[in-house]
Design a protein around this ligand. Structure first.
Ligand SMILES: Cc1ncc(COP(=O)(O)O)c(C=O)c1O
Length: 381
């Protein structure tokens, strides 16, 4: 059984995209009981913060379950503004960072326009761009030895004819942040080019979905760069992916342009309540981050001891170089037969010989290490 393919067509460049296989599909295809399936492919956190269970048990939500959440998400916006150190008029709420990216696409990517994607990066940038009938200008990142950094001059040159530049730091799937100063330099270059061309600077989306893991954000750059839109999420460090809450942060005039394009109530009153509490609690993400970082380094050490080449990571996932497309496919198959779902990359992708693995709970990581050991020994995994 294969995952349900979802196909989009657009006037300029038809895109096709398959959502990931569900646990049930993995179970049916690999003959593993569904409760044994573990997702190493989705970069979620192993557990929600403790406060989530308390808030749900109390059952006192922002509004009664029979009612919509307030359409301005007032308390959630105030909590996010305090957490991110920005004004309440500098935030837009969405159903996950994905909805923020989607809204940016609706506003800034008219059909026939172009978007720059330093490649490889998060797959949704291409999907969203092509859904709008715009085209992707893929600019290769530098080598693994150079930390997969963006090629600043090449991105700057491509941006001259683009409506949007999609940046991601730390980057998914390479697990590393941009080098210090690279994004500032790029923004400065885009401003210069725009001034000499007599137009507004190209919009730059900076996806900071994993920012809490490095405890750094470039959100402050919006003061000097009105073309910057930063995306944040409750899905990763906060361990609340199932609640679907994300934020866009930009200057008030940019938020005012984005807001009319968001649905009035795509975030549920339950999600609003729990994420508000999580943002107000300075310890909510910290415990998860500490656990993930410790497990990440254990996973890297154990897999490296088996001869795997696992790159450095500042995120909640690691990227393993399996050396060849064939071996990456064989290892993925061996893991899947154990119910362990890695993120694979399709033929032709610059990381087709790699696997991306989310850091999960210790006992789940143990299963991954054991399965990898079985494959390394040549024993049936
Ligand atoms: C870079 C990046 N941005 C956005 C998302 C999606 O975040 P959300 O769950 O908030 O929609 C992901 C999820 O994997 C991601 O890796």
């Amino acid at each position: 059984m294969s995952p349900t393919p979802v196909t989009f067509t657009s006037p300029t460049s038809p895109a096709s995209y398959s959502w990931e296989a569900t646990d049930e599909e993995v179970s049916a295809r690999y003959g593993v009981p569904v409760e044994r399936v573990v997702r190493f492919d989705l970069n979620t956190s192993p557990a929600p913060p403790d406060l989530a269970a308390r808030v749900l048990a109390e059952g006192r939500f922002e509004t009664p379950l029979s009612e919509y959440a307030p359409s301005d998400y007032r308390r959630l916006v105030a909590a996010a503004a305090a957490r991110y150190g920005v004004g309440t008029d500098e935030i837009i709420v969405g159903a996950g960072a994905d909805e923020i990216l989607d809204i940016v696409g609706k506003v800034y990517l008219p059909p026939g326009s172009a978007a720059v994607v330093p490649t490889p990066s998060y797959a949704m940038y291409r999907v969203i761009t092509e859904q709008r009938g715009a085209t992707v200008d893929a600019v290769p990142r530098l080598s693994a030895a150079e930390g997969y950094a963006i090629d600043v001059p090449a991105v700057r040159a491509a941006a001259r004819t683009a409506a949007v530049v999609w940046l991601c730091s730390p980057n998914n799937p390479t697990a590393l942040p941009e080098p210090d100063g690279a994004i500032e330099t790029l923004l400065g270059g885009l401003a210069e080019d725009a001034a000499s061309d007599g137009r507004e600077p190209t919009i730059v989306v900076l996806d900071e979905a994993y920012a809490e893991f490095v405890d750094r954000s470039l959100v402050g750059l919006r003061d000097s760069h009105a073309n910057l839109i930063v995306a944040r999420t409750a899905s990763k460090a906060y361990g609340l992916a199932g609640l679907r809450v994300g934020f866009g942060i930009a200057r008030p005039e940019v938020i005012a342009r984005l807001n009319p394009f968001r649905p009035p109530g795509s975030v549920s009153t339950v999600s609003v309540t729990v994420v508000t509490e999580a943002l107000l609690d300075p310890t909510a993400a910290a415990a998860n981050i500490a656990r993930v970082v410790a497990e990440r380094e254990r996973l890297r050490t154990e897999l490296s001891a088996l001869g795997w080449s696992v790159g450095p990571s500042v995120t909640n996932f690691v990227l393993a170089d399996l050396g060849s497309v064939h071996r990456a496919a064989a290892v993925a198959d061996g893991l899947l037969r154990n119910g362990l779902v890695p993120r694979t990359f399709p033929a032709g992708h610059p990381l087709a010989d790699h696997l991306r693995l989310t850091v999960r709970a210790p006992e789940e990581n143990d299963r991954l290490i054991e399965a990898a050991r079985g494959l390394a020994d040549g024993a049936p995994a």
